[in-house]
Design a protein around this ligand. Structure first.
Ligand code: SAM
Length: 289
């Protein structure tokens, strides 16, 4: 049996042979610890019933582990220089498709319908390029694709923000946007030491699954995101100041905002991080009236 791509000696050998210098600008930090990759695949509960979408296969370390369990792996890699490498490292696996494209630009539902059979459960598993963690997550959450779960590695601090509860420092617009529809669980942490090159931050594996529908829904998701972003524009200011900043200072607007907050029994002087996800939903809906 071949040695895992993620084996530290094999990874270094591949990088040397192809003269690859990891590109910082593309968030290239390669994981060199086979067991951690196996733990990621286990956290995502990948079986033959699953097709997996991967973002950023790099030299194929995680892709390989996924391909050993999944029906098919569809991986998006932006860096053209890695295509030859992936051809070689992933040659033993027949159930992998590599697409050379930017995950933020690609028409994901179109590629999925072209490359996958539509008869398997869709999951996303990735060691994300950290510089675009938030736009990738937002894109996945807005996607019309039915994603059963998302299991991704990200900077530990960002994982803490996704998982944060109201009233804490880490709680902000990202927490609220994700928690609207998803359960967040931080599965385990990963030391910076297992990456080549070593990044300046530690990492964590986050698992996102669909939560039961909330009793009250926002009338529009875009309006909800807009309200949340607006309320968190100045974290250190009061909710009232953020709302006035967003909607205007004239007497009519102020009277309306006062009435909305009174109806929702929300004190104007609190900080935005005190509001729960349900508070933000009700606020969004009342402000539209
Ligand atoms: N999966 C590999 C691993 O675990 O060792 C590499 C992960 S590395 C943190 C992130 C990968 O994402 C790199 O291969 C990088 O080239 C790729 N990448 C960066 N920006 C991307 C984008 N916009 N679309 C697709 N892939 C991207």
């Amino acid at each position: 049996e071949e040695i895992d791509i993620a084996d530290p000696i094999r990874t270094r050998g591949i990088l040397e042979r192809y003269g690859l210098n990891a590109k910082k600008s593309l968030g290239q930090n390669f994981l060199t610890h086979p067991q951690i990759l196996k733990d990621i695949v286990a956290a995502a509960e990948i079986t033959e019933a699953d097709d997996v979408i991967e973002v950023g296969p790099g030299i194929g370390a995680l892709t390989e582990q996924l391909a050993r369990h999944a029906h098919h792996v569809l991986a998006f890699e932006i860096d053209e220089n890695l295509l030859n490498v992936l051809d070689e490292t992933l040659a033993p696996y027949k159930n992998i498709t590599i697409i050379n494209d930017d995950i933020l630009q690609v028409d994901l539902p179109k590629v999925v319908s072209e490359e996958l059979d539509g008869e398997h459960t869709l999951k996303v598993v990735a060691n994300l390029p950290y510089y675009i963690t938030t736009p990738i997550l937002k894109g996945l959450l807005r996607s019309p694709l039915e994603l059963e779960q998302i299991v991704v590695m990200m900077q530990k601090e960002v994982a803490e923000r996704l998982n944060a509860v109201p009233g804490t420092k880490a709680y902000g617009s990202l927490s609220v946007a994700v928690q609207l529809e998803m359960n967040v669980s931080v599965e385990f942490e990963v030391s910076r030491k297992v990456f080549v090159p070593q990044p300046k931050v530690d990492s964590a594996i986050v698992k996102l699954t669909h939560r039961e529908p909330r009793e009250v829904q926002p009338y529009s998701k875009d309006a909800f995101y807009k309200t949340v972003r607006g309320c968190f524009t100045h974290r250190r200011k009061t909710l009232w100041n953020n709302l006035v900043g967003m909607h205007g200072k004239d007497d009519d607007t102020k009277a309306k905002l006062e009435a909305v907050l009174a109806k929702l029994e929300i004190k104007p002087g609190i900080r935005p991080e005190r509001l729960t996800v349900d508070d933000f939903i009700r606020l969004t809906n009342e402000l539209s009236e």
